[in-house]
Design a protein around this ligand. Structure first.
Ligand SMILES: C[S@@+](CC[C@H](N)C(=O)[O-])C[C@H]1O[C@@H](n2cnc3c(N)ncnc32)[C@H](O)[C@@H]1O
Length: 251
């Protein structure tokens, strides 16, 4: 009974995450959703800025704190180990939903591309960014990242083995393709409003900080990570000749 409940909890958390992720694509790109990042301002600019920075900080703190090993150790004193990742996924989705609800449009255009071909190209690049995110989750292990593997193994009474460190495909070009995908998706905007700029800058700052924490944990858990970090760039691929596990610079 308890294992079945944990399985249902994991699947529900995943479904909520997936719906939230799809909404996030529409929210940031102003596609097909009732409330998005842009719109008529409702409150004065400074107030809107403070609210939006607070919402971004809420997400950053939730995400960074809950991803740390010490927090996971503490959480699993109260939540079954198999449900820990699903709890992280659910909390991340809730933090995003709060952001969608309370986000304040700010007006003001930073840049606006008129040419329809260029606009279409930027939309396509942005969607490609989300594509890179999606593919990267499968390169690591989509089902583990979103907690489904853990609840499934628990339901089958199988031992949960930790994921091995790997450098498949995009991970040989850069160490953080998933984060790079998000940055591409957020910055490739045909119309960049002030609210969108605050969002893109906030997320970029968060990603750069999160990488430091994530890499410290990865280097502690996997001794080979230090060598990987020396060979493979963080976010911007090098133009050069390939060699095993990374790229070799030609000059
Ligand atoms: C949201 S994913 C982001 C992964 C990576 N930073 C990226 O941008 O592609 C974070 C999880 O991926 C794991 N991770 C990062 N790089 C990995 C790799 N090369 N192999 C296996 N797991 C990895 C981290 O331990 C963390 O649990």
């Amino acid at each position: 009974m308890k294992r079945s409940l944990i399985l249902v909890y994991g699947v529900l958390s995943y479904v909520i995450f997936f719906a939230t992720f799809l909404y996030a694509v529409g929210f940031v790109g102003n596609y097909l959703v009732p409330v998005s990042i842009d719109g008529p301002p409702q409150v004065p600019l400074t107030q809107a800025l403070l609210i939006n920075l607070g919402l971004l900080t809420l997400f950053a703190v939730q995400h960074s704190l809950m991803a740390r090993p010490f927090f996971k150790r503490w959480l699993t004193r109260y939540v079954p180990r198999a449900a820990e990742r699903s709890t992280f996924v659910l909390a991340s989705s809730l933090a995003l939903i709060v952001l969608f609800i309370f986000w304040q449009p700010m007006g003001g255009v930073v840049w606006h591309v008129e040419n329809q071909v260029a606009r279409c190209t930027l939309h396509t690049i942005s969607i490609l960014g989300y594509g890179i995110v999606f593919v990267s989750t499968f390169l690591i292990n989509h089902f583990d990242l979103f907690g489904l593997r853990q609840v499934w193994l628990n339901w089958r009474k199988r031992e949960e083995t930790p994921l091995e460190f790997g450098t498949p495909w995009l991970y040989r070009l850069v160490r953080h393709p998933l984060y790079l995908g998000f940055m591409i998706a957020f910055w490739a905007a045909p119309t960049m409003t002030i609210a969108h700029l605050v969002f893109a800058l906030g997320c970029t700052g968060y990603i750069l900080g999160a990488i430091q924490l994530e890499e410290r944990d990865l280097a502690d858990a996997h001794p080979e990570y230090r060598d990987y970090r020396r060979r493979v760039p963080m976010l911007i691929p090098r133009l050069g000749r390939r060699h095993k596990g990374g790229l070799e610079q030609t000059a």
